[in-house]
Design a protein around this ligand. Structure first.
Ligand code: COA
Length: 248
């Protein structure tokens, strides 16, 4: 597969995947996510280090595409997004996210599908979908809840709150916060690439598999929310650079 939205380089047993969209905040469209999946699955079992070029890890799913989605096509979109995120979370080797700038919406969901997250202190995190009249549709409702617990996850997702790396660290969302986030992540990737392969595969399987996941329901809910007028208002308001005026 030819890559247009990512850069890929291999350093011994580590594959570095760089999000490199033309837009500086690396919005994620499906082509980009497909490229990430392909680069991970065809990495010959290397440890993966995923990071963003330019100003951000990623400011989320590409909002420009949201005006075109209906409640039928939004469900299909979410299902493919889930399949891609699941490919990362079930990939047998560790996947490390090195995060800076913005890590929002689908970008944050991508980071949540990774096994380890290292961030620069200035990074802004959040799942702000509610402010667009939609909800997280790439596994974020479930993965955030599994990591931080139900109380905190509901508070964060229902308000769309944004927060910095120090707060994300206290929630248990980050393994490390460092000005040298990329170096730290690379060192960790190299360390993990030397560990016994089958032990790591089984540890990942045991730690990452949630027994009570609601992924299917999240896919249905993401489709459903696109049937409501507040979604159109939320997305339009963002594109028109104004505050959304929701119905009720
Ligand atoms: N999808 C598509 N484009 C996006 C985007 C997204 N998720 N996030 C940012 N952009 C675009 C902006 O539209 C803008 O494009 P333009 O230069 O053509 O006008 C460009 O990236 C820079 O964004 P801008 O808002 O001007 O930068 P900023 O530094 O003032 O603010 C953010 C940065 C991240 C706070 C702001 O862009 C934002 O809130 N983005 C949306 C985040 C979001 O809701 N993500 C969840 C999506 S499901």
């Amino acid at each position: 597969m030819e890559y247009e939205n990512i850069l890929v380089s291999d350093r011994e047993k580590v594959r570095i995947v760089t999000l490199n969209r033309k837009s500086p905040l690396n919005p994620l469209d499906m082509d980009t996510l497909r490229e990430i999946k392909d680069a991970v699955l065809n990495s010959e079992n290397r440890v993966i280090l995923l990071h963003g070029a330019n100003r951000a890890f990623s400011a989320g799913a590409d909002i420009n595409n949201f005006m075109k989605l209906t409640n039928d096509t939004a469900g299909i979109f979410a299902k493919e997004g889930h399949d891609i995120m699941n490919a990362l979370s079930s990939y047998p080797r560790p996947v490390i996210a090195a995060i800076h700038g913005y890590c929002l919406g689908g970008g944050f969901e991508l980071a949540l599908a990774c096994d380890i997250r290292v961030a620069h202190p200035d990074t802004t995190f959040g799942l702000p979908e509610v402010n667009l009249g939609i909800l997280p549709g790439f596994g974020g409702t479930q993965r955030l809840r599994h990591i931080v617990g139900e109380t905190l996850a509901f508070g964060l997702i229902s308000t769309g709150k944004r927060y910095k790396a120090s707060e994300a660290f206290t929630y248990g969302l980050l393994n490390e916060v460092s000005e040298n986030y990329l170096e730290v992540a690379m060192k960790l990737a190299e360390e993990l690439s030397k560990k016994p392969k089958e032990s790591l595969r089984l540890i990942k399987h045991l730690v990452r598999n949630a027994p009570d996941d609601m992924f299917e329901e999240e896919i249905d809910a993401f489709g459903e929310v696109f049937a409501y007028p507040d979604r159109e208002e939320g997305v339009k308001a963002f594109l028109e650079k104004r505050e959304a005026n929701f119905q009720d």
